[in-house]
Design a protein. Structure first.
Lengths: 454, 454
């Protein structure tokens, strides 16, 4: 039996573990799942053999060393900041490692040693980052192999609610960490390239400079810019590209309404609101509006933000019940972002039968023989239920497929890496297709940002 | 001869040194001015006796110790972050110290030792902080002594251009550190108290939530909130006050136009603009606007910020020449704030004959015998020329007066302190009057923020 150690048993591991278990006989696999609390996973997979569950504290050196020593390959599904603790021990004990998280500078610093030992430390092989890297590089390499020169690359991902469960005015529910949604865009000014010009969008304009996309059968979406559009410029070999833009997808209209919270200051996570515990939702809104003895919170908000009374954004605010004077915040020493998150969770938590959806959209612009072309590619994955979510599927399956491929010696290039080479994306994307994770491509006239190109 | 050591000889020391020199015979004073570069002060005061100029590097322990040892009292006019180096040596050598800067936590930590040695370390005794503390506490103490209870305190200061030199559409020129003007308000959300309710204004709304003031003979001003309205709540004894608001004064209309720079992201000092050196002013503006092959920078800006073509803010932008494609930024690796500062300095630098102006405005609301009252007090100081500025006068004279009062044993209460007690404010404010630094008071009906009070 080949032994796979999966550390961490959170939400995104259902598909991952199921994949290994379904292949455990044919591939001769034994799975050990280690976590501080492994009850959820234990209940889910109690009928399976070839799997064991152990209590594992990665800060207990003895436990950690024992578990890793006893494995043939390690998958870390812990929160990103903990991977380095696992990685160091993998290096010591000569084990390959797979994670779905961004490469931290600490992780990157292990690269030389990892290469010297001939190990594969594969990272960013979930959905975003992960499937975005692989699906983009497959098309980019194909265009290049065919003699084309890339001039535009745009890439967008969204974690949304599935159309059949989409029943609020925001067309949004929390399908992943709500905190990241509330504080999205606050890491610093968004920077990207448009037609060879560097462009910058500050946080207060981020949700007002959206672009629109359409996916056949799923309607329209909007996109706001990620902070880090240029992050993979070199890894993708796009140093001379004219337009490079990465963003987050929402349903059209979300961002304009969300910008109300940004403008008022409700998404700030950097200071504590006085007396937050005893505030009503209405008091919270009022804290960001001028005092008035006569005017209502509603009118002050409308006036400050110039919201017409028949504007749909108003209905979106009302739907969230933010003007309710009787609902209490009930959070001690909370930041505005924490309070807003609580208010949103009242409305945006998935109901037991709700399904989630992952959407991804790439645009590839290129020049070949003096002509300009564009290929658009998109992927839509709908969750099965609240255990086998689209998020768990698109994060977990690429991790699982890559892990088995490494174990089977199909991915061998050593180093701390991300999946941007053919060796990795070809087998992984091919196998993902059999799970319904498929990109649809179509050709578009190349416009770039210049209508005169047409 | 009593020896006064003044460390630092920058812009704000002209009045300070002149004060000491004018009193040097009657008060038996000898002044030593020490700085890394003391040429300016040397030229200005070359005809005076009782003064010497020494090259002094406070990071040279021998030089610093010798100079301080040889003095009876020390005045530090260095940038705020350097005071602590002077303060430690003053403590060792048992010398009193005066600065015009905010009390840092390092400075505060010396308090116990300073008290044990019976020393006076007086800080925040310039204009703001300084004259604001003293003039406010004089009225607050008077109200209390008279049986009144404070219910509202608002305090505003502005460093502006004098009316006779006010010849641009912004009614503004740089009279102090331009960098602080460009980055004003970025330290964090503004927090204050209005009618017993905590209110918060995020940076993107700071310049849109102004209030208006009028000073007889000087017309209207506007005010935007400081970050730290509650900073002196306890020092002023205002723990139970209903409204507490501190702000910065500008001429009406400044803030609405300034908010354009904030909204576009041009005041950001946290990242470097690519290729800043070779950008034109126009390129700089365009970096914050969407790409378009057809639309002008002007139209894109108007459209993004919904600026009507007959709106005066547009003329303010044009006046700054920000759309000029031929003027080059010419700054290597510059932040947006650094580039904006350069553009503004083209227009807002004082001409040789321009004068500056300091304005201060306090509102005191109080209750007495069941009735509510309000006293407004304001101060206007106009500079004489570009050496004897209003800023140098209002910063330097309180420092000088306090220094002499400490030397003469009129201010004796030991400790690291700010001027909020009668022992300090009475003699200092009285003497400031003879230099034309006077507050005019008038009674107003108390309205607070509630028109129904009237």
């Amino acid at each position: 039996m080949r032994k796979i150690l999966v550390i961490g048993s959170g939400k995104s591991t259902a598909f991952l573990l199921k994949y290994f278990l379904d292949k455990s006989s044919t591939e001769n696999l034994f799975i050990t799942v280690g976590d501080l609390n492994i009850n959820n996973a234990k209940v889910l997979f109690k009928t399976y053999s070839n799997i064991e569950f152990i209590t594992l504290d990665i800060f207990n050196e003895v436990e950690k060393t024992k578990a890793i020593k006893n494995s043939d390959i390690v998958v870390s599904m812990l929160p990103a900041r903990f991977h380095i603790e696992v990685a160091k021990t993998c290096l010591t004990l000569n084990k390959n490692l797979v994670t779905a998280s961004y490469v931290s500078s600490e992780m990157q610093s292990l690269d030389t040693e990892v290469k010297q030992q001939g190990l594969v430390f594969m990272n960013e092989i979930g959905v975003d980052p992960g499937i975005d890297h692989m699906s983009a590089m497959q098309v980019i390499d194909r265009i290049r192999d065919d003699g084309g020169e890339m001039i535009l690359f745009e890439s967008f991902t969204g974690g949304l609610v599935a159309p059949e469960s989409d029943n609020n005015l925001w067309n949004y529910k929390f399908t992943w960490n709500p905190r990241n949604v509330v504080t999205a865009g606050q890491g610093g000014t968004a920077k990207f390239l448009q037609e060879n010009t560097y462009k910058y969008i500050p946080y207060n304009r981020l949700f007002r400079r959206t672009e629109f996309l359409e996916i056949e059968g799923y309607g329209r979406f909007e996109v706001y810019a990620n902070r880090d559009s240029l992050k993979y410029q070199s890894s993708y070999g796009l140093d001379h590209i004219q337009t490079l833009y990465r963003g987050t997808m929402r349903r059209v209209g979300f961002s304009r309404a969300w910008n109300i919270f940004v403008t008022l200051g409700m998404t700030d996570d950097s200071y504590i609101i006085e007396d937050s515990e005893y505030m009503s939702y209405r008091d919270f809104v009022n804290a960001f509006l001028p005092y008035s003895h006569t005017d209502s919170v509603e009118l002050k908000l409308r006036h400050q933000l110039k919201i017409e009374q028949d504007d749909i954004v108003w209905d979106k605010l009302v739907e969230l019940d933010i003007f309710n004077p009787n609902k209490r915040v009930d959070l001690k020493k909370a930041t505005p972002a924490q309070i807003l998150q609580k208010i949103l969770m009242d409305s945006w938590t998935l109901a037991p039968n709700d399904k989630d959806m992952i959407v991804m959209y790439h645009k590839f612009g290129f020049e070949k023989d003096g002509e300009k072309y564009q290929i658009d590619a998109n992927m839509v994955v709908i969750g099965e239920n609240q255990t086998y979510t689209a998020m768990a599927k698109t994060v977990g399956l690429p991790v699982a497929i890559a892990t088995l491929a490494i174990l089977n010696g199909k991915i061998t290039t050593p180093g701390v890496q991300i999946p941007v080479t053919k060796e990795i994306y070809e087998p992984v994307l091919k196998e993902l297709q059999s799970y319904g994770i498929v990109f649809k491509e179509h050709n578009e006239p190349y416009l770039g940002y210049n209508p005169l190109n047409s």
